[in-house]
Design a protein around this ligand. Structure first.
Ligand code: NAP
Length: 455
């Protein structure tokens, strides 16, 4: 008689021959949502779980490595928790395997008992205005990917020779972008910004960075801790027009976090001009982008003044132009379309009911709920989806080929995947290559990673 195992689903998982059924899970994406879901599935299904975290890149961590700002190392430290998940013998990292190229979701559904999409939302949402395809207009996924060493954006070469940058959006990504554009080389000490970006930023001609927010200070999506950092930059001073701020008494009705952010804006508005700093970061509220204009490249952005109708911005008909050699659009992201997976075009995510897309097919994190919330939000999200999977399991068969089947299929297709041990070797090589004031020098090309592994 085989040993008996029980998951949190409470169902004995015993095959007819008395052996414990193995439950094989594939999680697509190794960012926070993927790792928290793996952690939850490992806890829920105990020794009967076999979990493969598949990533198209040879290296793990998704948003933590490629999204979180390089000067926010304390946030990136959460990857240590994911390392513990990867050390669990029930969990495998399978890198360098692109879904839709090396293997399809349909094939994975045949190999695994459940497939969980944790792809995140790596694509920029379009602005939908004239001129957004001009050279000099980039999305935040591309710009952030460039300074964070994502291989897809290593060659972005953003225009940094001009004096004027416009950053569209009033969220934390816009804030990251403006701060990275503002910092001096010395202020990047301790960060893991990639060499090509710090060199380009160090030589940049940028002097003026303007946030365009289509609504007002009370609708700001920048969180207080991050917004406060803008007041402590060596060479850049924030600038807010006091006339844009509602009466102080109106702040009382705000959520505490927004109230704190507005307090920062008030402090910026009241600060005496600092003539010693070479860069200005200006908040242009009630400013809706209409078109990017220029002779073969971005030179200015045409903007319409708005007013609030309730919480909605409506155009006033008044227009003006803001000089812009570089425009970085930070207005949100969408998940990738995947063959055979129903998609919610408005939400930029997969169509799902509390994480379930179909029998044996789930989504989690930004792929499930769209691009919002903190990294920590993905933990309860992952646990909830794991509960959904567990609840569906009494009806599921278990004992699909799982990782063995995937390995066979990849070998037949000549795809060389990477393991977590491979990542450890890459990590060691990146640490060894670090600048004196940096934890690592990220390799930004596939062939650099694969060379470390002798592939
Ligand atoms: P976000 O917080 O949703 O902000 C998006 C901004 O873009 C909003 O100000 C929005 O204005 C504006 N916007 C949207 N569509 C627009 C359009 N067509 N034209 C002009 N403006 C437009 O998104 P995010 O900044 O991409 O951040 C995504 C998530 O990651 C958020 O939860 C964020 O807090 C988090 N994050 C956190 C950190 C951190 O350091 N803690 C860093 C980065 C990101 P409306 O409000 O008018 O829609």
């Amino acid at each position: 008689m085989g040993s008996r195992f029980r998951g949190n689903d409470g169902q004995a998982s015993i095959a007819s021959n008395g052996e414990a059924r193995m439950r094989n899970f594939a999680i697509i994406g190794s960012g926070p949502a993927g790792f928290y879901t793996a952690e939850a599935l490992a806890k829920s299904f105990g020794e009967t779980a076999r979990i493969d975290i598949i990533d198209k890149l040879p290296v793990p961590y998704g948003l933590i490595r490629f999204g979180v700002a390089p000067d926010h190392q304390s946030i990136k430290a959460v990857s240590k928790r994911y390392d513990k998940v990867a050390d669990d013998p029930k969990v495998r990292f399978v890198g360098n395997v692109a879904i839709g190229e090396a293997v399809s979701v349909a094939e994975l559904r045949g190999l695994y008992d459940a497939v969980i999409l944790a792809t995140g939302a790596p694509h920029d949402r379009p602005l939908g205005i004239t001129g957004e395809d001009l050279p000099g207009v980039v999305g935040s996924a591309a710009f952030v990917g460039w300074y964070n060493g994502h291989p897809d954006f290593a060659d972005l070469d953003p225009r940094l020779d001009g004096a004027n940058v416009v950053v569209i959006g009033n969220g934390n990504v816009a804030l990251d972008v403006a701060r990275i554009l503002s910092k001096t080389r010395a202020e990047f000490a301790g960060s893991d910004i990639v060499g090509h970006a710090i060199d380009a930023l160090d030589g940049s001609g940028v002097r003026s960075i303007t946030f365009l927010g289509r609504r007002g200070p009370h609708q700001i999506a920048m969180t207080p801790k991050e917004l406060g950092e803008l007041g402590h930059l060596a060479e850049a001073a924030p600038s807010v027009d006091a006339g844009d701020l509602p009466p102080v008494a109106d702040d009382e009705a705000l959520e505490p976090g927004v109230r704190k952010s507005v307090a920062h804006l008030r402090a910026f508005a009241n600060a005496a001009p600092d003539g010693t700093k070479s860069k200005t970061v200006t908040f242009d509220f009630f400013a809706k982008p209409l078109a990017v204009e220029g002779d073969g490249r971005a030179e200015r952005i045409l903007v319409e003044r708005t007013r609030l109708d309730g919480a909605r911005a409506v155009g006033t008909g008044e227009t003006y132009a803001v000089p812009a050699d570089l425009v970085v659009s930070c207005i949100g992201y969408s998940s990738p379309h995947i063959d055979g997976v129903p998609y919610d075009e408005d939400g930029g995510k997969y169509r799902n009911d509390r994480g379930q897309i179909d029998d044996g097919l789930y989504c989690v994190g930004w792929a499930r709920r769209g691009p919002s919330g903190t990294i920590g939000t993905n933990r309860p999200d992952g646990y909830e989806v794991a509960e959904q999977v567990a609840a569906a399991f009494p009806a599921a068969s278990g004992d699909r080929p799982g990782g063995d089947g995937l390995d066979l299929l990849l070998a037949n297709r000549g795809v060389k995947s990477t393991s977590f041990d491979d990542w450890r070797r890459i990590e060691q090589a990146e640490t060894a290559a670090a600048r004196p004031d940096s934890p690592r020098e990220k390799f930004v090309r596939h062939h650099h990673w694969l060379k470390v592994l002798g592939h």
